[in-house]
Structures are given as structure tokens and as C-alpha cells.
Write a protein that binds this ligand. Structure first.
Ligand SMILES: Nc1nc2c(ncn2[C@@H]2O[C@H](COP(=O)(O)OP(=O)(O)OP(=O)(O)O)[C@@H](O)[C@H]2O)c(=O)[nH]1
Ligand SMILES: [Mg+2]
Ligand SMILES: [Zn+2]
Length: 294
């Protein structure tokens, strides 16, 4: 029988098949090969003869993608959530997450939450930057129930992971999307002060409106150094077309003459803050490379 691992707790895997949910153990052979089944894995199981609610994972299908934090497989898209206020959006961090998602081949929808706390022109300016960069942007408010249906619509038919800093409202949004999900929502004051994460486990949740989501632990930083310097430009979607008119094939768009990307920044086709993030990451990657070659 085929199914998908919805939840993993202490060596037990909860596998959903077309008609049932089975509590499964994994075959010993996985452990010997150092393969850990992951939430999101597509598996085949055999059902216990003595107990028809229990089973054993026999095979695991090759993963299309594998995330480490949270540990999930076969995710098809990331919903990156930042709040427009409390905490203020850190665009450098946002650009880092976007670059890493692009590098990993994850589709992204960008959600700016807590729009009830900011004025419309500020929110519009954020939307403009990222829509120009080629992203789908949804401005939401979990508390005021704004644009929750638009969010539901992009979750349909996908396995989505919510990512973003602590306190931006990821769990609140998920609770809005699915009443009764009852994910723990943290108290803001405590979180801003200590940067603590409320959400700890990971689990696939089937939405009544369609699709599946993982409520992930929020993260505040991620390592850009998994991307090679030469690939970074490709991870900024809107650099692609302008870079075709760079004189040099291997142009990094920093000091090179006749650079299409720098021209695009000058004429406004690429937003300055996106280019600033790019230059910042290039410097960080060069630093990292120098450090490694010591
Ligand atoms: N004003 C306002 N507050 C919100 C909104 N969404 C969430 N909050 C509040 O922001 C705080 C943090 O929300 P959470 O949903 O716990 O944030 P999270 O992103 O899941 O945080 P972690 O689990 O720590 O990563 C809570 O006090 C929420 O009530 C919103 O749209 N507007
Ligand atoms: Mg949370
Ligand atoms: Zn260039």
C-alpha cells in the first residue's frame, strides 16, 4: 500500500494511505543504511496481520527535495512570512531566505503579515519591491482575517512549508486557514525579547481547503554559504534577464564594466535594496571562501 508520512514521533511514523492512517515502524534495513524516514516521504507499507491499524514501512520513494530545518521531504513550496511591523521586516534576511529557496528549487509565495499594524503606503512599497522581483506577494492579517482566502488558494495542491522569523504570525495564519488546528501562538512580548520559538515539532497537516502544510519552527537566520558565489546571481530571479546583456559571461555584477544588472539598478528595473542584499551576500561569500582557503 502506498502512503505519505504525516507525522514522526520517537521512531513511530504515521502514514496516511488513500483510506486510513497507520502507525508504522520502519524496516531495520533503513537504520542499517542510515536512512531516516522523513515527514513528507512517499512510502509503501505492509499492514500487520495481528493489528490492522499498524504497519511497517517497506520502501521510501526518492525525494524531490529534502529540508533539514524542519526535517521534511517532498515539499513543493515555501510560504515565506514576514510581518510589516512587530517585528519590523528585515529585508536583508528576507532576501537571504528567497535566495536559498531559489537555490534549492523551492517555489515561493511571500506573505507580509500584520498589515493591520502599518499604513498602506509602506505595505505597498514592500509589495512593489518583491512583485518586481518576480514573486507572488500576499499581504495578510491573521488577527483581522485579511486575505486569508488568497493564502488558502495558493496552498491548494501543494505541500507547503511556512518559514520566517519568530513572532511574525506563522502559527496564527495557519490557525486562521484551518479553524481547529490549534497551533500554539506565542506571546509577542516574550518572543521579541528572547527570540524564542513556540513551535517545535513538525507534522504535515491536511487542509480542508486543499493541500498540505508543515508548521515549522520559525528561524531567524540561515546560512548563505551553501550557495556558490557564481550561482548567487541566479538566485535573484529578476537579475536573470538584465544579466544577459553583461559583457562578461561570468560577470558578478560588482566591479565589471558593461554590466546589465548594474544598468538595471540605475534605471530602476532592479530595486536598490535587492541589489544591496546581493552585494552584501557576495562579500560574505568571498569572505567565507578566503577563510576556507587558509
Ligand atoms: N496585530 C497582529 N498581530 C498578529 C498577527 N498575526 C499574529 N499576530 C500576533 O503575533 C504574535 C506571534 O504570532 P505567532 O503566530 O505565534 O508567530 P510565529 O511566526 O508562529 O512564531 P514562532 O512559532 O515563534 O516562529 C502573537 O501575539 C500573535 O497574536 C496579525 O496579523 N496582526
Ligand atoms: Mg509558530
Ligand atoms: Zn553583470
Amino acid at each position: 500500500m502506498q502512503g505519505i508520512i504525516m507525522k514522526a514521533i520517537a521512531g513511530f511514523y504515521y502514514v496516511k494511505t488513500a483510506d486510513n492512517l497507520y502507525e508504522c515502524r520502519a524496516r531495520g534495513i533503513f537504520k542499517n543504511r542510515k536512512i531516516t524516514p522523513l515527514v513528507g516521504d512517499k512510502v509503501t507499507i505492509s499492514v500487520d496481520e495481528s493489528d490492522p491499524t499498524k504497519g511497517r514501512i517497506e520502501t521510501i520513494e526518492d525525494r524531490s527535495i529534502e529540508l533539514v530545518r524542519p526535517p521534511v521531504a517532498n515539499v513543493t513550496q515555501a510560504i515565506i512570512v514576514f510581518s510589516v511591523a512587530q517585528p519590523d521586516p528585515n529585508l536583508n534576511l528576507l532576501d537571504k531566505l528567497l535566495a536559498i529557496c531559489a537555490y534549492r528549487g523551492l517555489k515561493v509565495v511571500l506573505c507580509f503579515n500584520k498589515v493591520d499594524l502599518e499604513n498602506a503606503s509602506f505595505i505597498q512599497s514592500l509589495e512593489t519591491i518583491y512583485e518586481h522581483a518576480g514573486y507572488k506577494v500576499i499581504p495578510t492579517s491573521a488577527t483581522n482575517h485579511i486575505e486569508i482566502d488568497a493564502l488558502k488558494a495558493v496552498l491548494k495542491d501543494e505541500i507547503s512549508v511556512f518559514a520566517g522569523p519568530s513572532g511574525v504570525g506563522k502559527s496564527s495564519l495557519l490557525n486562521e486557514i484551518q479553524a481547529g488546528m490549534q497551533l500554539q501562538v506565542g506571546s509577542l512580548s516574550k518572543k521579541i525579547n528572547r527570540g524564542k520559538h513556540t513551535t517545535r515539532h513538525s507534522e504535515l497537516i491536511e487542509l480542508t481547503s486543499g493541500g498540505m502544510v508543515v508548521d515549522t519552527p520559525g528561524f531567524t537566520s540561515m546560512d548563505i554559504t551553501e550557495i556558490e558565489i557564481e550561482s548567487l546571481s541566479d538566485c535573484f530571479l529578476e537579475f536573470k534577464q538584465p544579466s544577459e546583456s553583461c559583457r562578461f559571461n561570468n560577470c558578478l555584477h560588482i566591479n565589471e564594466p558593461h554590466c546589465g544588472v548594474k544598468d538595471a539598478v540605475k534605471n530602476g528595473a532592479i530595486h536598490q535594496s535587492r541589489y544591496d542584499s546581493y552585494v552584501y551576500f557576495i562579500n560574505a561569500l568571498e569572505e567565507h571562501r578566503r577563510f576556507k582557503s587558509w
